[in-house]
Ligand binder design. Sequence first.
Ligand code: ATP
Length: 250
Amino acid sequence: MTSPSILTMTNVSAGYGDVLAVRDISLEVPVGTASGIFGRNGAGKSTTMLTIAGIVACRSGTIVFDGDDITHLPAHQRVARGIGCVMEGRRIFRQRSVEENLLLGTVSRRARRRQRTSDIDEAYDRFPILREKRKELAGRLSGGQQQMLAIAQALMSRPKLLLFDEPSAGLAPAIVGDVLAIIDALKADGLSIILVEQLIDRALPHVDSFALIDDGRIVYRGAPDDSESTRMARNVYLARGSDHRDGPSI
Ligand code: ATP
């Protein structure tokens, strides 16, 4: 029996002004799974994420989340329904303390004070270093700790689906593994995940299935244990000269 989908995108196109950055994207994310969206620089990965989040408008096609059509729902209502985002570049409030950042993450739910405190405690249990640093300015944390804070902040809205846009960006290679392990743990706790990455080789073991995007279109769908997948991924990167940050090491 196949599991129900938390997200279904059907023939979605979106862009900026005259630029159509993604075209006819169809994607199915089964509940409790991690789906990868991979591709080189400028392929359309972030635009796909921003369209799911409601930050970039969907020009055609439909997006169904948890059984409801959300194609034209504003971003804040998508957060309230259970779509959480960990955006590229760790969009935290650097001049605010760790705890203030977490409190701001609860705003979308208009949670009661006791509930907010218990949610923040839960975040501290998951990321003990954030408890230790809760009074520190977020901007003073290390890159890996800032990424943890960005994830913890996204969890404050109690998402069912968590979007990760290049969580490895700007992190030391040793820390990338820690962040990917957090994604595994969140999935084990029942969250559905979409993971956008340029580092295909690092991300592949952490997804159940993936789509390769090139020039705004899905050019391949695969699973990590499929040897054809790694061959295709390599081909897409090499096709027009890769600007892959670490080189195509698959
Ligand atoms: P990266 O890994 O560099 O973030 P990406 O795969 O996420 O790349 P997108 O950021 O989605 O790709 O960009 C897809 C296309 O849309 C590119 O051609 C890009 O130049 C264009 N684009 C992205 N953002 C804008 C914008 N704000 N205005 C105009 N064009 C944009």
